[in-house]
Design a protein around this ligand. Sequence first.
Ligand code: SF4
Ligand code: SF4
Length: 306
Amino acid sequence: MNITNQIVIEKAKELGFDLVGFTPATVLLSETGHLKEWLLNGYQASMEYMSRNLEKRLDVKNILPNAESVISLAMNYYTPHNHMIEPGRFGKVSRYAWGKDYHLVIWEKLELLEDELKKVDPGFECKTYVDTGPVMDKAWAVRAGIGWQGKHSNVISREIGSWFFIATVITNYPFDYNESIQDYCGSCTACIDACPTKAIVSDYLVDSNKCISFLTIENKDEIPVKFKDQFDGWIFGCDVCQDVCPWNEKFSIVSRLKEFEPAGNKELELDEVMNMSGGIFNKRFETSPIKRAKIAGLKRNGNFLK
Ligand code: SF4
Ligand code: SF4
């Protein structure tokens, strides 16, 4: 039996994905051009991995030689909770990291999806990615009609806003393909105006050297002192540009997955972080995205907010 778009959509939605789009596995010429420009400007900061494997980012046939299509999947993680605000006592955690690590959640579901599709046709082959590996996940999501890339650089859906994770499935299977949708940012500049560190240096261009998300998570160095008092209380990540986006205000819907409900990590008590042992850190954040910052990074962030 042939695998149709409808079969993929039904099975993906049963597993908890919210949006599914299909696009041919073509070469991403203009998108890698933009990436190269971004790299030339040094906007990747110390994320050197962003400049590796450009040939795979450009052409997914360098990952799966018989690739025909790319399936882009969105998984909504929005939950209707707010931070406890008490500057100097709590540090805020980015919404995506409130619950279970999305890699763990989505990897499992992608395996199940692959198994299900192979049951329909054993000839189905794929390589799957969630935010790791040399794959232009946002570019594929845009091409597959999931949404458009907003001026803050996240993908925005007209149905669910931008609080979603993106998974990418490169496959040997042909499908009917979606059209990309237009950019609905229009004349809005809310994210650019609200960014506490002015990291959105121009429309669609984020300089990681200034972005609180980078500075509190991927960054291994000290946080430049010039950002003191500009951090708006964030200890891990930053949601400001997505919080102010009108598409999230109007269209966010609550995630169907209980895994993304806050697991006691919506905000962190600064004193607790500063006194935390390695053992407690490992145990508390074992299945949380917060472990990515490592204990030294989290303590550095806590110290910066004090
Ligand atoms: S995540 Fe925060 S710091 Fe980074 S661009 Fe958005 S608002 Fe600015
Ligand atoms: S806040 Fe406005 S400009 Fe920024 S991504 Fe949302 S719609 Fe686009």
